[in-house]
Structure formats: structure tokens, C-alpha cells
Write a protein that binds this ligand. Structure first.
Ligand code: PGA
Length: 236
């Protein structure tokens, strides 16, 4: 199964969502398309031909907290996926491993599928620390959760929203490293997505990378025509 996970982040307004929704009517694809709009718009999507996900959930359970959305609520509206550990949450929200562990536990307990994001910064890459960073991000979190319904999104921080994409060989090697670590530590084969400046023009080449199970897309996912273009490439 190949995934195209669309992360709208904090973009688009109600009118855009209405238009987006219209352009997805009758969409048919063999790819598992997952839309993660801002949560205030979740209910505007009818989920025909695609699934819904959220960009975040509360790390708390059964606690009354202003502004939080719980995994139980996500489940109750029929959304099935949650993004955890995105670098923007690590950087701007200062989220750390314990947050990711709690969020993943809450998600898994409620039957949600987790997209756990990992990836090195440019500085880490340039200092030859990519494997070390990936290993830490994997083991410090996955050692403390049930490995169930989790996929990994490998997203080099320097590739997110920059238009820069690593060479195919580099992605391939890092994906292999992630796969090997997970197999060695947990005896599991998890689905692995790539994210970072994926669009309808470069996705064709990225599809040739062995070991990838799909993509997590930000900017290009805001345009439904680009989403359709990406789906066509993925179906080739
Ligand atoms: P981008 O974002 O596609 O705009 O680079 C990817 C992401 O943040 O998941």
C-alpha cells in the first residue's frame, strides 16, 4: 500500500476548503490518500475516496485542558491518522520525547494510525550525525510505546518547505538505515514515508526509491490539482 499524506499545516480558509472538497468529489485512487487539514475544518470533508488525519493530538488523557484535542475526539469524528513528532512541533512548540510517547500511546489506545516524523537538521547532516540522530529519535520514543499502527515519516528538516530534496541515493540509504534499526530493535517492518519539498514534478523520481511506502507532503498538498498530479505519478 502506498500513502500520500497531505499536511495542510495552518493554511487554507473555509472557502478554499470548500473548493478543495469539490475538486475531490469522485476521486478514485489505489493510493491511500490521507488529508490532514487544520482540525477546525475536519468536519467539512466527507471522507469518500480518502481518509482524514489530524496534525496533532493532546499528550494528556482525561485531563481538562483549554485548546487540546484528544485522541478519543479524533476517533469519534472518524479521522484515522495523527502526525506526531513533526520538526515544526519539535522546534516551535519545544515538544520532546515524552510528549511524543504520550501522544503515540493515546493514539494507539484509540486505534488511530500514527505517522511519527523523524529527520536530521542541516547542521547534523553536515557533521555526519544523521544516523546517530535518526537512531535516537527512533529508539528514545519507540522503546516506550506499543509498536502498533505506526509508520515513520523520514523528513530531513533542511528539506521541509525549502524546495531542496536529498539525492535519491541519500534517501534510499537513510530509509534502509531506518528499516534496519527498526527490524533489529523491534523485529518489525514499519511503513516508511519520505517528506520534504515533495511536489507533482519531483514525486515521479522519488517513487523509484526502493523501500519507500509513500510521502508526507506539505506545501504542494494545498493545491488539489497538484495532489491529483502526485496521485497519477504514484499510480504509474
Ligand atoms: P513540505 O512540508 O512538503 O512543504 O516541504 C513537508 C512537511 O512538513 O511534512
Amino acid at each position: 500500500m502506498k500513502y500520500l499524506v497531505c499536511n495542510f499545516k495552518n493554511k487554507l480558509f473555509k472557502d478554499d476548503i470548500l473548493k478543495y472538497n469539490k475538486s475531490l468529489v469522485d476521486i478514485e485512487t489505489k493510493v491511500k490518500l490521507v488529508l490532514c487539514p487544520p482540525s477546525i475544518y475536519l468536519d467539512m470533508f466527507d471522507k469518500s475516496g480518502y481518509e482524514l488525519g489530524v496534525q496533532d493530538i493532546s499528550s494528556f488523557m482525561d485531563k481538562t485542558i483549554t485548546g487540546e484535542i484528544e485522541a478519543t475526539q479524533v476517533k469519534s469524528i472518524g479521522a484515522k491518522y495523527v502526525i506526531v513528532g513533526h520538526s515544526e512541533r519539535r522546534i516551535y512548540r519545544h515538544e520532546i520525547n515524552i510528549d511524543f510517547i504520550n501522544k503515540i500511546n493515546n493514539a494507539v489506545e484509540n486505534g488511530l494510525n500514527v505517522i511519527y516524523c523523524i529527520g536530521e537538521t542541516l547542521n547534523e547532516k553536515e557533521n555526519g550525525k544523521t544516523y546517530e540522530v535518526l537512531e535516537k529519535q527512533i529508539s528514545e520514543v519507540l522503546n516506550n510505546v506499543e509498536i502498533k499502527n505506526i509508520m515513520i515519516a523520514y523528513e530531513p528538516v533542511w528539506a521541509i518547505g525549502t524546495g531542496k530534496v536529498p539525492e535519491a541515493d541519500e534517501i534510499k540509504e537513510n530509509i534502509k538505515f531506518i528499516n534496519d534499526i527498526i527490524m533489529e530493535k523491534y523485529e518489525e517492518k514499519l511503513d516508511i514515508l519520505y517528506g520534504g519539498s515533495v511536489n507533482d514534478t519531483n514525486i515521479g523520481e522519488l517513487c523509484t526509491i526502493k523501500g519507500l511506502n509513500g510521502f508526507l507532503v506539505g506545501g504542494a498538498s494545498l493545491d488539489p490539482n497538484k495532489v491529483k498530479g502526485m496521485l497519477i505519478e504514484m499510480e504509474k
